[in-house]
Unconditional design. Sequence first.
Length: 92
Amino acid sequence: MPLDLPGFAYAAFVAAGGIMGYVKSQSIPSLGAGLLFGSIIGYGAYQTTQDPQNYGTILGSSAALGGMMGYRFYNSGKIMPAGLLAAVRYIF
């Protein structure tokens, strides 16, 4: 079974974004959400590595995160971080 490299890369990107949000502005909610969603997406990538038909976890968490970040981007108009993460959701 092939490794889901895009899924794991997306998980790392989300977790790194949470860490960057904490380092930049001392935002504990950013750190928590980034690590939580990064872990869930990483678990989903692991599941799709085991069985390519088992994509529910990664799809659900990606949709929730994309929806939240899309809403934040719509309200703030700022590309970083909400617009960037909402766009990356569609790439992976």
